[in-house]
Design a protein around this ligand. Sequence first.
Ligand SMILES: C[S@@+](CC[C@H](N)C(=O)[O-])C[C@H]1O[C@@H](n2cnc3c(N)ncnc32)[C@H](O)[C@@H]1O
Length: 258
Amino acid sequence: MPDCGLRIADRRSWNHKSRVIPHLADLAAERADFARVLGAMRQLQAAPFDALRSLDWLVALIREVGLVPIPEAGATYAGEEDFINGTQQGLIQLPLEFARWLLLLGEHRPASYLEIGCFNGATASIAAAYLRRFVPAARVVTCDVFPAFIFHGEANALAPIEYAVGRTSFDFRGQPFEAVFIDGDHSFEWAWADYVNVGRAARVCALHDVNNAPYGGMHLGGVCGVWDRIKAEEGGEFVEIFEHPSAEIMGIGVRLNG
Ligand SMILES: C[S@@+](CC[C@H](N)C(=O)[O-])C[C@H]1O[C@@H](n2cnc3c(N)ncnc32)[C@H](O)[C@@H]1O
């Protein structure tokens, strides 16, 4: 199934102490790949605003960071195969889609940003560095139930990112965030809970994988069902960032609320 995340079995292997960092050589490879995330953050911090507003420049930057080799990566990242990394570092995104999401953030300039489900932290790091060019004091927070953002210290030194491990959207209920990126558990139940807990009140709320056909086949349509329900019942303006060249895979649904 082409999806944007790790399978249960993959997560279990990470959970096992001896498998977290199997070898120092593996850690060095992970660090080398994450170094490109840090490099991209530095580029975002130094770039002129015409580059920051350029779709082509942002796509090139994301490709430079690279993509996580998820199961069925070839089909998922069709056309982007040259940019698939060898480690678990990088983004689980279509470069064109995430670049368009960044452009939208630059346009709406939220003063606070919450990502649900950051995995290795690459998306949160890139978003933090980008957003802070437009809103220098923006608060950026990310959470995950599993501690995979192993280079958080390095990214945080470049652009402050609050990292809440073992936390879900339930831990942020009542805290206002102007922008939210929901990319945790893609079941209907969780994606809806994330939306109600933190997304509904946001000015800009994105849900990842709303055009992902396999998720649509889940109970109640998974996160795709949530997106349909939001469009039908929640009001606001909707933007669909669907850039897969040949299939219903990934896709970012954005609700603009006021
Ligand atoms: C698809 S990955 C996120 C990828 C990352 N956002 C990116 O685009 O590269 C999904 C992540 O969500 C986490 N997760 C699963 N259920 C969650 C939940 N209920 N709340 C927060 N995080 C969750 C998983 O541990 C996993 O790291």
